[in-house]
Design a protein around this ligand. Structure first.
Ligand code: NAD
Length: 260
């Protein structure tokens, strides 16, 4: 029942967001891609997904630190596809470091991209969803939306904020057929995670290999990374008609991390 739905996915030029775009396109959903990256590579992905699944795939390069651009991302998607049924707030960045040495501008940037952008997209997209009596909002938080780790103060604060925002929107929009949930992944092998390894190793005085092994052995009961398929299956459920009974919940897909 996802066929013909229209989705906007922030931060979908890479990693989890790109996997989400592919998974929804496979179910017949028209997609607005967003995110940074190499122009040719973005166009290649856009054309490939559209061609492979026979859906309309458009790209909007809105910067998630800029509220004006976020509003325009939503309004131009509504204009191009007629409406937005599914909004996935996935854009995110990470920068690891002890709080007493943390860079103020980095703090602001992480809060802006990981938390504030969700507020701006939801505020802009919700009126249309409510008026049509259908909407699915999925915010990609993190296991760090539920528990903390050292050296990730901005990220952990933003992701806990996303979980709070998710619950509040669910309560406000429930009667209008709009659900709002968070997905809280454990460690997924994406460009974001790879980039983090070096910083984390430095902060902990370890090699990158040691950090990788420690992350999995400390956090994941399975000792394996979470996969894109682990996440896309949940996304498709939450966005389907059968997802109507689930709202306001931070769904952990964290290989047992938050069971500790
Ligand atoms: P990634 O770096 O592969 O992708 C991040 C995406 O966000 C990219 O498309 C990038 O261009 C986009 N982006 C960054 N800054 C932006 C901005 N200012 N405006 C618009 N787009 C911007 O990372 P990922 O690992 O796929 O992360 C996706 C989401 O999943 C993030 O919210 C992240 O916090 C979350 N997450 C990741 C993991 C993990 O282990 N990888 C775990 C839990 C949660």
């Amino acid at each position: 029942d996802l066929k013909g739905r229209k989705a906007v996915i922030t931060g979908s030029t890479s990693g989890i967001g790109l996997a989400f775009a592919e998974a929804l396109a496979k179910m017949g959903v028209d997609i607005t891609l967003n995110g940074f990256g190499d122009k040719d590579e973005i166009e290649e992905n856009r054309a490939r997904i559209a061609g492979e699944y026979g859906v309309d795939v458009r790209y909007d390069g809105a910067d998630m630190t800029k509220p004006e651009e976020i509003r325009s991302l939503i309004s131009s998607a509504e204009a191009a596809h007629g409406r937005i049924d599914i909004l996935v707030n996935n854009a995110g960045i990470q920068k690891v470091g002890p709080i007493d040495e943390y860079d103020d501008a980095t703090w602001d940037r992480i809060i802006a991209i990981c938390l504030n952008s969700n507020y701006h997209t939801i505020k802009a997209a919700l009126p249309g969803m409510k008026s049509r009596g259908f909407g699915r909002i999925v915010n990609v938080a993190s296991a760090h939306g539920l528990v903390a780790s050292p050296f990730k103060s901005a990220y952990v604060a933003a992701k806990h904020g996303v979980v709070g925002l998710t619950k509040t929107v669910a309560l406000e929009a429930g009667e209008d057929g709009v659900t709002c949930n968070a997905i809280c992944p454990g460690f997924v092998k994406t460009p974001l995670l790879e980039a983090q390894m070096a910083d984390n190793a430095k902060a902990r005085g370890m090699t990158e290999e040691e950090v990788k092994a420690k992350l999995l052995s400390d956090a994941h009961a399975t000792k394996e990374f979470v996969t894109y398929e682990n996440l896309t299956a949940l996304l498709c459920y939450l966005c389907s008609n059968a997802g109507s009974g689930s709202t306001g919940y931070p769904y952990a897909v964290d290989a047992g991390w938050t069971a500790h």
